[in-house]
Design a binder for this molecule. Structure first.
Ligand code: AMP
Ligand code: DBH
Length: 552
């Protein structure tokens, strides 16, 4: 029986994906467990600890059985709110071994997001770091737990406080479990169940949860791993939030583990911390968003380190300009840039390392699987002429058929025949690759992190000085875009700090706060009465241009 709230793939599609050997009907836990045994003597994690596959697996196995003893098991939901620490990996494996479903929160998420996710997926456990940066995660977890009707356990990376229900992940990975290994073998886990809940950057007031199944997720990382020139002695640097689909599985940690290669974890993307790791661990692969690379290219630490080990740079999440790609290849002299056009919903496009330089520089690549069905459609839903810009719609063996538990959103996010409507505007290049031209969806792409305008507008409307509001992207040389709020005031116009003060109070993650406010008498409306956000985006872009000219 399909899990409630999860839209299954139609029978005939599932049968075809099986017949083609794409879906193996193995749980992700079994697949990963197989790699752990196959590569037992090799190094799995190089930084900040050095663990072999054998050690990582032994820890994850004990943790898994101790989690069973806590009452977690197949289909239990666990909100994972961890930075790039080794505990993330042991917990991810352990949850896969017991068929529990981690929801991949970002470290920057706060009350507004976490509180919602915990209740929405009815999480039984919540994982936080004992300490990380200046934010008090333990105090935060106490609040989340006391407000929750479902949460029973707080799993802590680092020492756990004495509070009831708080346990240390490291302790559970080291203590002798009550159950033997046979307890894991006896579990019944359906490979068509979700193995992970990814988050959509999304466009709705409430962020959407993406169920990725065991069958589809194992296939996803396997296939994209096969076009990344991964060799057993290679090392992947993980500096973006590890739970995100890109560093986790596109190709990410999952594909590197399949090859018996290693990962090096950095809790920050700052050049001062990352460059020494690249040098010391002889990192071969980077997975970055353009904003990260641009930050590095402008950082003095780059020149101080030997970066000659880097061969492959996957960049995704946001458009990566040709000039930046060229500068990147100058800075990392032995590396090729490969652009990934990805989405937590599934479909992955990538340019190939042996593509002509022009294709690698100009395009975002092409789908990784022959069964990825990709169409570019016009406003009327019909296909556009080759070479014309259209909205990307897609379906295939690792693309979701529905968001979790939101039938009304699904009704407008998918076509009648199950294509996911991405909201991205693309054009086909004569080489058969795609060029990203823009998007139709209402979000701001801030350095690869997507911010739903509606989510922020909904909160801002509760400010007494805000009568109407429209949040739009404004250009930024490093992040690509930042958010500007156009506000029609009620009474005295609010300052930016008034708005961000309210958002902070509501517990909205900081990266979603607008960074500029423009007070206006009215919002421009289309003949249908819809706010014309493109007009506002153009207006703020022009303002920025004038301001930069007057500074020059
Ligand atoms: P999400 O649905 O939150 O996983 O975000 C996926 C979205 O990120 C895509 O639908 C695109 O809008 C954007 N995106 C991902 N990769 C790229 C890329 N290489 N170039 C431009 N946009 C991208
Ligand atoms: O932006 C994304 O969501 C993304 C980008 C590159 C992604 O999910 C991925 C690769 O898997």
């Amino acid at each position: 029986m399909a899990m409630e709230g999860v839209t299954p793939f139609p029978q005939e599609f599932a049968a075809r994906y099986r017949q083609l050997g794409y879906w193996r009907d193995e749980t992700l836990g079994n697949v990963i467990g197989g790699w752990m045994r196959e590569h037992a003597e090799r190094v799995a994690i190089r930084h900040p600890v050095e663990w072999t596959y054998g050690e990582l697996d032994a820890r994850a196995g004990r943790l898994a059985r101790n989690l069973l003893a806590l009452g977690l098991g197949p289909r239990s939901r666990v909100v994972v709110h961890l930075p790039n620490v080794p505990e993330f990996l042991e917990l991810y494996l352990a949850l896969q071994y017991i068929g529990a479903i981690p929801l991949m929160a970002l470290p920057a998420h706060r009350e507004h997001e976490i509180g919602h996710y915990v209740e929405f997926v009815e999480a039984e456990a919540y994982a936080v770091p004992a300490s990380f940066g200046r934010f008090d995660f333990l105090e935060f977890a106490r609040g989340i737990r006391s407000n929750s009707t479902c949460l029973r356990h707080v799993l802590v990376a680092g020492p756990a406080p004495a509070d009831e229900g708080f346990v240390s992940i490291g302790d559970l990975a080291e203590q002798d479990p009550a159950f033997g290994p046979e307890a894991l073998e006896a579990l019944e886990i359906d490979p068509d169940d979700p193995c992970v809940f990814q988050l959509s950057g999304g466009t709705t007031g409430i962020p959407k949860v993406i169920p990725r199944t065991h069958n589809d997720y194992a296939f996803n990382s396997h296939l994209i791993g096969s076009v990344n020139d991964i060799r057993p002695d290679d090392v992947l640097l993980v500096a973006a939030p590890i739970g995100h689909n890109f560093p986790l599985a596109s190709p990410g940690v999952q594909a590197f583990f399949e090859f018996g290669a290693s990962v090096a974890l950095s809790t920050t993307p700052r050049a001062a911390e990352v460059m020494p790791i690249i040098e010391r661990c002889r990192v071969t692969h980077l997975e970055v968003v353009p904003a990260m690379i641009i930050g590095w290219l402008n950082d003095e630490h780059l020149a101080d380190h030997d970066l000659s080990s880097v061969r492959v740079i996957n960049s995704g999440g946001q458009k990566y300009q040709r000039e930046t790609k060229i500068r990147t290849e100058e800075a990392f002299a032995n590396a090729k840039v490969q652009e990934v056009f990805g989405m937590a919903e599934g479909l992955l496009m990538i340019s190939r390392l042996d593509d002509p330089a022009d294709v690698r520089y100009e395009t975002a690549g092409r789908p990784i699987c022959p069964e990825d069905e990709v169409q570019l459609v016009g406003e009327d839903g019909g296909p556009v002429e080759p070479g014309e810009v259209g909205e990307l719609i897609c379906r295939g063996p690792y693309t979701l058929r529905g968001y979790y538990k939101v039938p009304e959103v699904n009704a407008r996010s998918f076509t009648a025949d199950g294509f996911y409507m991405s909201g991205d505007l693309l054009r086909l290049h004569p080489s058969g690759n795609y060029i990203v031209e823009g998007r139709r969806k209402d979000l701001v792409n801030r350095g690869g992190e997507k911010i739903s305008a509606e989510e922020v507008e909904d909160l801002l409307l509760s400010h007494p000085a805000v009568k109407m509001v429209a949040c739009v992207p404004m250009p930024d040389p490093v992040l690509g875009e930042r958010m500007c709020a156009f506000v029609v005031p009620r009474g005295a116009p609010p300052a930016l700090a008034d708005l961000t003060g309210l958002l902070a109070e509501r517990g909205l993650a900081r990266f979603k706060h607008p960074e500029r406010v423009e007070v206006v008498d009215e919002l421009p409306l289309s003949p249908f009465g819809k706010v014309q956000k493109n007009v506002l985006a153009k207006r703020v872009a022009d303002l920025l241009e004038v301001e930069s000219l007057s500074r020059a």
